[in-house]
Write a new protein. Structure first.
Length: 175
């Protein structure tokens, strides 16, 4: 029965290791023992040069998830792949992840596909400058944060009165 395991790799070589594993699986015909190979990533949005950029970031750098049936053959195949330093687990035997752990990791990856996370995390009461929209170059203070919607309520002083303005994360920057 296939279970999810965590592989420790050399940081920065996760993509190369993933493709090496996939090539080895195909060439040895062990497709029935090894399923999915996943690098846990999330999409993040940031503003660079006045443009909104969306990029990928690994949220567990140096680690890869693999869904496999752990046998001597599959263990040896993975263990001898260049760039892998080993399986994660207590003692000599790799420890599989629980279904809940795997679901949380894969859910985070899927959620950021449709709604990228902001690169910058904000806090209530923090001073920000609006960099996009009708209030560009105004400064304000964060009154409310809605992470699920990716929005902020910012109190902006207009003609001496504080006016609440709803903005998206990428429309402001920290001062």
């Amino acid at each position: 029965m296939k279970k999810w395991y965590v592989l420790h790799t050399q940081t920065g070589s996760e993509e190369k290791v993933k493709s090496s594993i996939e090539n080895k699986i195909t060439s040895t015909g062990l497709n029935d023992l090894v399923g999915e190979v996943v690098i846990p990533t999330e999409q993040i949005s940031e503003i660079r040069g006045g443009k909104k950029n969306i990029s990928r970031r690994k949220f567990f750098p140096g680690y890869i998830l693999i869904n496999m049936d752990l046998t001597e053959k599959s263990w040896y195949l993975i263990k001898t792949t260049p760039g892998i330093t080993g399986f994660i687990g207590a003692g000599r035997r790799p420890t599989p992840l629980t279904e809940a752990e795997v679901d949380n990791i894969l859910k985070k990856t899927r959620e950021t596909e449709s709604k990228p996370s902001p690169k910058v995390i904000f806090e209530t009461g923090e001073a920000v400058r609006i960099i996009e929209g009708p209030f560009t170059n105004f400064n304000g203070t964060i009154d409310e944060i809605s992470p699920a919607r990716g929005k902020l309520k910012v109190g902006v002083s207009i003609f001496g009165r504080v006016t609440p303005v709803e903005l998206e994360y990428w429309q402001v920057e920290k001062i």
